[in-house]
Design a protein around this ligand. Structure first.
Ligand code: C6P
Length: 421
């Protein structure tokens, strides 16, 4: 089998961030949009893909693709090997104890739905509570509401301050009801950028015997996550936000919990023996991977993790933090611009409103300048309701963004300001 292609950015030393070389790894960044260079600041929605990932997926399809875990032929063996190697990469990336604890899904959304359906169906009865926070993405709200409808359980919501920080006393008070069966918490808010003190939140729940699911969709691309150090029970994320392809997600779960849980879906590849009377299920992790998965996508995620790890998440975090500080200072000068989410610990995104200009108008005008941002409710409508706004504009950063691009964003925002003055 061909070794996964390794990009030039892999050789970037942790101490010296060579942005030009990193950017050269992303073919899409060479494009012009409306005659302007593309400034891609919609990374929290989905990040662009480095050449290493694109080539790995292409090589999979052109050199060794077949269905996995089934064939006795060479192509199937090669695909299976590459797929399971990617699982080991994810295990290593999260520092999970075993590959049995790494389940591939379609997305962070599906990972959370898996837990809500399987663990939720097993552990909840009428009157039990699920504790979430007020800053959750819809993916960590709606699956629990569906569970509540099925079981009669009740959804509880921990509030946060105007700055976007969880109120710990309120969180503890809600944990103390004696009825909470699971806390499901976002690690980094996609609407505010808040980095929650997740280790403390997990410890507080565990002190009361409550397991914790962490929605890490916005966290894994920006900071190192060690599931054993966190001691979380479940951790969910999507490949497409961490430089991998879309259509792949990860669910980490503690082995004992996953073993106790019933399958989420039934079908091929998740069984040991099937008769019309009864089915015996496969061991972990296959028990939760029914049907043919996104084989090339999973292998592509493995390449993305190699690429990112070679740069180093400490380097990524330092660079993105610098961009965040610079952006915050620059856009705060614009009269009428209000940043939503000013937590002390913030990841690399800035959500804002500008008086007189609807966020969608801001997004459209910026697009004409070649700048891609997201405008809307960011699938976090309760956060918008918390601040009494229908939507915000949001610029979010990745490792390849530059101060230059922030300058372009700021100049364009001044233009918007003048236009709507
Ligand atoms: N947030 C954003 O623009 P999926 O769609 O399953 O890959 O990820 C869902 C998800 C879950 N949790 C958080 C905190 C998220 O930010 C997201 C996706 C994107 O903010 C798309 S709405």
């Amino acid at each position: 089998m061909n070794a996964p292609l390794v990009s030039s950015a892999i050789s970037v030393a942790a101490s010296e961030l060579d942005l030009a070389r990193i950017r050269a790894d992303f073919p899409i960044l060479r494009q012009q949009v409306h005659g302007k260079r593309l400034v891609y600041l919609d990374n929290a929605a989905s990040v662009q893909k480095p050449r290493a990932v694109i080539d790995t997926i292409s090589t999979c399809y052109s050199d060794y693709y077949a269905n996995i875990h089934r064939g006795v032929h060479l192509m199937s063996e090669r695909s299976t090997l590459a797929y399971e190697r990617a699982r080991e990469k994810v295990r290593d990336f999260l520092n999970a104890a075993s590959v049995e604890e790494i389940i591939f899904t379609r997305s962070a959304t599906e990972s959370i739905n898996l837990v809500a359906s399987s663990f939720g169906g097993m552990a909840f009865k009428a009157g039990d509570e699920i504790l979430i926070t007020g800053m959750e993405h819809h993916s960590n709200i709606v699956p629990w509401q569906l569970l509540c409808e099925r079981t009669g359980a009740v959804l509880k919501v921990a509030p946060f301050t105007d700055a976007g920080e969880l109120i710990l006393e309120e969180y503890e008070r809600l944990l103390d009801s004696g009825r909470v069966k699971l806390a499901a918490l976002v690690h980094i808010s996609n609407a505010l950028g808040t980095v929650n003190p997740i280790k403390t939140l997990i410890e507080l729940a565990h002190a009361r015997g409550i397991p914790v699911l962490v929605d890490g969709a916005q966290a894994v691309p920006h900071l190192a996550v060690d599931v054993r150090a966190l001691d979380c029970d479940f951790y969910a994320f999507s490949s497409h936000k961490i430089y991998g392809p879309s259509g792949v997600g990860v669910l980490y779960g503690k082995k004992a919990l996953l073993e106790a849980m019933p399958p989420y879906q039934g079908g091929g590849d998740m069984i040991r023996i099937v008769t019309f009377e009864k089915t015996e299920f496969a061991d972990l992790p296959n028990k939760f991977e029914a049907g043919t998965p996104n084989i090339a996508g999973v292998i592509g995620l493995g390449a993305a993790l190699d690429w990112l790890t070679a740069i180093g998440l400490d380097v990524v975090a330092a660079h993105e933090h610098e961009l965040l500080t610079y952006t915050t200072a620059q856009i705060s000068e614009i009269p009428g611009l209000k940043i939503m989410g000013t937590a002390r610990d913030k990841a690399a995104l800035v959500a804002f409103t500008l008086s007189g200009a609807h966020p969608h108008d801001i997004g459209t005008i910026l697009d004409r300048e070649g700048i891609a941002i997201r405008a809307g409710h960011h699938c976090a409508q309760p956060v918008m309701q918390r601040y009494g706004v229908p939507a915000t504009a949001r610029a979010s950063f990745a490792i390849y963004n530059t101060r230059d691009e922030v300058d372009a964003l700021v100049a364009a925002l001044w233009k918007v300001k003048e236009l709507f003055a």
